[in-house]
Design a protein around this ligand. Structure first.
Ligand code: GLV
Length: 320
């Protein structure tokens, strides 16, 4: 975006749309906001949009979005755009990266600690008023592997390192070291990488190249005592193969915040597995989420109005 823009109409398609609208109107009185609460509002107004703010890109009305030049995603993952990625080359896509890393790292470290200590068993014993002391290895004796070292994965790696763990990581470009990562592996070096890990954390974006990238053959390469953690997207792994690996004890357990289908269907076996902690896609949801996204959005509105490059642009060929 190089030309200064006088006019900006933003269509807000989000559960917090009204809050975003007030924040925008207060700071940028000349910017027009349209709250599109449902599909019919969206369909009616998308033709006026220079920009859309949403968690999921409204793919179904894309053909009517004739003026659209900018999509600001309120989340980190822009996977909702992939079905039409060949048509969106002229649109600048920006995301909210930077606001999720610390809270997701909190979540991962809490979950890793619960799994490692088998807190579920302590809670069951407490309920039965049973006193069952035991020895537990310090977390620092364990190795955590992170697949995908973008801003979220790198924050998890740094936090695991500060807990004293050995940290290994896998990413596409391993030419530069990553803070907190003891050993870096190329994205296809799973044979070497997976057997080292006591915890494998999936922190990679969901793109056409990563959908279903983790499956049975990977679980077989993991230690039988190892745990899988998924805070990425449900579809980066083959869920049925994960269920089988958990049932057959190919791996010890899993911490899952994301699923192939969300909400996780009530008949999913994952709900009832004793070796699974399942949470409702909450890991990257810090309080004041709207205000945090707004600080990125506001900077980008300034940039847009002044014809400057936007912040947090996503390269769709990489997904981040
Ligand atoms: C949440 O999953 C996000 O992509 O921000």
């Amino acid at each position: 975006m190089t030309k200064a823009n006088q006019d900006l109409t933003i269509v807000l398609n989000h559960p917090a749309a009204e809050s975003y609208a007030s924040l925008i109107e207060e700071r940028f009185p000349t910017v027009r906001t349209i709250v599109a609460a449902d599909a019919s509002d969206l369909e009616k107004n998308i033709g006026d949009a220079d920009a859309v703010l949403a968690f999921r890109f409204p793919v179904e009305v894309f053909d009517k979005a004739k003026k659209l030049r900018w999509f600001q995603c309120t989340g980190a993952g822009v996977d909702s755009l992939y079905p039409i990625r060949d048509k969106v080359g002229h649109i600048t896509v920006t995301n909210a990266r930077g606001i999720h890393g610390e809270i997701i790292a909190d979540f991962v470290m809490a979950g890793v600690t619960m799994l490692h200590w088998d807190f579920r068993r302590f809670l069951q014993e407490q309920e039965r008023r049973e006193w069952q002391p035991r020895y537990v290895a310090p977390l620092g004796d364990r190795t955590l592997g992170v697949i995908g070292l973008g801003s979220i994965g790198a924050t998890i790696a740094r936090r695991a390192k500060s807990a004293g763990m050995t940290v290994v990581g896998s990413k596409r470009d391993i030419s530069q070291p990553v803070d907190g990562v003891d050993r870096l592996f190329a994205a296809d070096a799973f044979d070497e990488f997976l057997p080292l890990c006591d915890f494998v954390v999936l922190a990679l974006p969901s793109t056409p190249d990563t959908i279903g990238v983790i499956g049975a053959s990977h679980f077989e390469k993991m230690k039988r005592s190892a745990f899988l953690v998924n805070i990425a997207r449900g579809n980066v792994l083959v869920e049925s193969e994960l269920v089988a690996a958990l049932q057959e004890k190919t791996i010890a357990g899993a911490l899952l915040d994301v699923f192939e289908k969300e909400p996780l269907p009530s008949n999913s076996p994952l709900w009832g597995m004793p070796n699974v902690i399942a949470t409702p896609h909450v890991a990257g949801s810090p309080t004041n989420y709207t205000e945090r996204v707004f600080s990125i959005l506001a900077e980008n509105i300034e940039n847009y109005l002044n014809g400057r490059p936007l912040k947090n642009v996503v390269d769709l060929s990489r997904g981040y």
